[in-house]
Write a protein that binds this ligand. Structure first.
Ligand SMILES: O=P(O)(O)OC[C@H]1O[C@H](O[C@H]2O[C@H](CO)[C@@H](O)[C@H](O)[C@H]2O)[C@H](O)[C@@H](O)[C@@H]1O
Length: 262
């Protein structure tokens, strides 16, 4: 349950000068973490509250899922989506670079074969996405070491990133959730900002939000979704409010919707 202080801070955000931008991570923040990535769902109540908030504020989901998957998981018309950790956006913005899909696809295929050969386990789940590949070891944590070794050398132009029980290979582009958030702030001329996140890549969003607060005076509220040892400490350090689950993140969004009068 949200504390009285948390509720007051959300009300203060709703009363602050707009436009208000609400930017949220997806997995672990809106959708509870589950063992199979393909079975993760955003609860209907969360979709409904995003829809309500979108009547009064700009709403964006910034996720590591690829754009099509994220759109399927968040089928709310008024919500913008940035997928693939900032590499794919549902709107045009030159700040988010394009990627040569043909060369990328070949390089990712090569990495996948490299991993399958080195870690031939049916417990390793390989999630091939539009511009990246995620190697999930949630069902067999012991695979992390062999997986790291298999991914120690990557083709040029690719890099590794870490998430919750996942190692992901993606283009080494100058992009990320922080860059995406800055682009959205500029796009909507946002003057106030709610950011929700739970994972390592969300730290970049938090940092971009804090920079916008310092440089341009935005009223910023950072909500960290924690709970368990998978939470990166930096999320908790930077957050103004820490909630313990996507269910509590939903409570925060409900509070905001009510404060906005929708
Ligand atoms: O940026 P996000 O929206 O948080 O997406 C990050 C990754 O989320 C998904 O993986 C995570 O959630 C899975 C489902 O709950 C879970 O099984 C897995 O262990 C987590 O790492 C998604 O599958 C990835 O593609 C995203 O990059």
């Amino acid at each position: 349950m949200l504390t009285i202080e948390a509720i007051e801070r959300i009300k203060a955000l709703a009363a602050a000068r707009g436009p208000l931008l609400v930017a949220s991570d997806l997995d672990g923040t809106l959708a509870p973490i589950v063992a199979n990535a393909s079975e993760a769902r955003v609860p209907p109540g969360t979709l409904a509250v995003l829809d309500r908030i979108a009547q009064k504020a700009k709403v964006a989901v910034i996720t590591g899922r690829d754009l099509n998957t994220a759109r399927r998981m968040v089928p709310v018309e008024g919500v913008d989506v940035v997928g693939s950790h900032g590499l794919e956006a549902s709107f045009d913005d030159p700040l988010i670079p394009g990627v040569n899909r043909v060369a990328l696809s070949a390089a990712l295929e090569q990495v996948e074969q490299q991993v399958i050969t080195a870690v031939p386990s049916s417990f390793l789940h390989i999630e091939r996405k539009a511009v990246s590949t995620a190697f999930h070891f949630r069902k067999a944590p012991d695979l992390e070491g062999p997986l790291r070794r298999a991914l120690a050398t990557l083709p040029e132009g690719l890099r590794l990133r870490e998430g919750k029980m996942v190692l992901e290979v993606l283009p080494n582009a100058n992009a990320g959730k922080g860059v995406a958030l800055t682009a959205l702030i500029r796009r909507y001329r946002a003057k106030s900002l709610l950011v929700l996140g739970d994972d390592a890549t969300d730290v970049a969003m938090f940092e971009s939000a804090l920079e916008a607060s310092r440089k341009d005076g935005l009223h910023v509220l950072l909500v960290g979704v924690a709970g368990g040892r998978e939470t990166p400490p930096r999320i908790v350090e930077l957050a103004d409010l820490v909630v313990n689950s996507p269910a509590e993140a939903l409570e925060a969004l409900e509070t905001l919707a009510r404060a906005l009068g929708v």
